[in-house]
Design a protein around this ligand. Structure first.
Ligand code: FA5
Length: 348
């Protein structure tokens, strides 16, 4: 066959193959087979030597035209395939923004945190600020400075988790058994200012876990130190707290009690939230529920805190957080609080 005719046929074949290339990889293969180093059209150029000299320029010109035409057709086809592939990808991965969203499960505050926040709000309205004290305490702050020396029988009231002794340390560390050591920290930091703080925090006791007792639980301590603070201020503060926390209209009573760091010491009771004072299982048939242990800050404790007891006086109180929450929300067992059973936690 005439070389010109062969060239035209190769051109037609190449055009048809280009039309048939449906994706990027087919297109790349087409380019290699047609315009690549050993492609059908490229090889045509080499046959020019078989032609008589006068026909060669015309043949060369035609080959170049065909090459340019195919390059242009290739570029157009490549663009069309790229667009088609992009459209396919977008359609496959399309998000229908009108579909309803999948709900993300939302948590909420733990009952203890909710209760603590209620307590903070109530005391904030009475002018108490929140004072933070450490969970790991010095033995002296937890006991000695609060008028509980080493062999004092009151230490039995608080069974203690001791920390491992730091090498050569003169003082022992423990997990605080109550929030009262925070009193000493607040006094030593604030002297000679008057003080009105609550000290919330976790307490740790090495004791039997029962329906009413955990070995980790929260307390809120209160401390007011000033020039003319009296027992009446203490009773008024706790009565106001009870009315705001448990609701108004409760009867209150004061019993004398004993704590080494308060003198005199009292316990405040409120008529039973469940039976209204008639007597039931919750109040152990007494009609009364204990609200807090409290008293006037002992002169020794004031002095240890830096305040002269002849000039200053103060009151302190302390109560749990889980037990009041149990009463308020009718929870029968303290172990539910930290058992991580979502069926319990979701109720609040
Ligand atoms: C004290 O811890 C005193 N520091 C309170 C105090 C402060 C008195 C300031 C005077 C002045 P008591 O050991 O009674 O006291 O504990 C106080 C409250 O903590 C209890 O009424 C109870 O609500 C809570 N509590 C005590 N032990 C546990 C326990 N194991 N589990 C849950 N709550 C507890």
């Amino acid at each position: 066959m005439n070389l010109f005719a062969t060239l035209e046929q190769a051109y037609q074949t190449a055009q048809a193959a280009l039309e048939a290339a449906g994706d990027t990889s087919a297109l790349e293969a087409w380019y290699a087979d047609t315009l690549g180093r050993k492609g059908a059209i490229t090889l045509q150029v080499r046959s020019v030597g078989q032609l008589p000299a006068e026909e060669r320029p015309a043949f060369g010109k035609r080959v170049n035209e065909i090459k340019q035409a195919l390059e242009a057709a290739y570029a157009a086809r490549a663009e069309a395939i790229k667009q088609a592939e992009l459209t396919r990808e977008l359609e496959a991965g399309a998000v229908d923004v009108t579909l309803p969203g999948r709900p993300v499960p939302l948590g909420h505050l733990h009952l203890t945190t909710q209760t603590l926040r209620q307590i903070y709000t109530i005391f904030a309205r009475m002018g108490f600020e929140v004072y933070d004290a450490p969970d790991v305490e010095l033995e002296s702050y937890n006991f000695d400075l609060l008028n509980i020396p080493e062999y004092h029988p009151a230490r039995d009231m608080w069974d203690t988790f001791w920390m491992q002794q730091i090498h050569n340390s003169p003082t022992r560390l423990l997990l605080r058994t109550h929030t009262s050591p925070g009193q000493m920290r607040a006094m030593r930091e604030r002297y000679p200012e008057p003080i009105r703080v609550i000290l919330p925090g976790k307490c740790y006791r090495y004791e039997q876990i029962t329906a009413r007792s955990e070995h980790q639980f929260y307390q809120v301590e209160g401390l007011a130190v000033g020039k003319r603070i009296t027992m009446t201020d203490l009773i008024g503060t706790l009565t106001q707290f009870a009315a705001m926390f448990y609701g108004p209209g409760h009867k209150m009573r004061v019993r004398s009690s004993y704590f080494p760091f308060t003198e005199p010491s009292i316990e405040m009771d409120m008529d039973c939230i469940l039976c209204g004072g008639k007597g039931c299982r919750v109040c152990k048939y007494t009609g009364w529920l204990e609200i807090a242990g409290a008293g006037m800050v002992h002169p020794v404790v004031l002095k240890n805190g830096g305040y002269d007891p002849d000039e200053w006086s103060g009151f302190a109180f302390g109560f749990g957080v889980e037990r009041p929450a149990m009463l308020k929300y009718n929870v029968s067992d303290i172990r539910y609080f930290y058992g991580n059973d979502l069926r319990f936690l979701r109720q609040f």
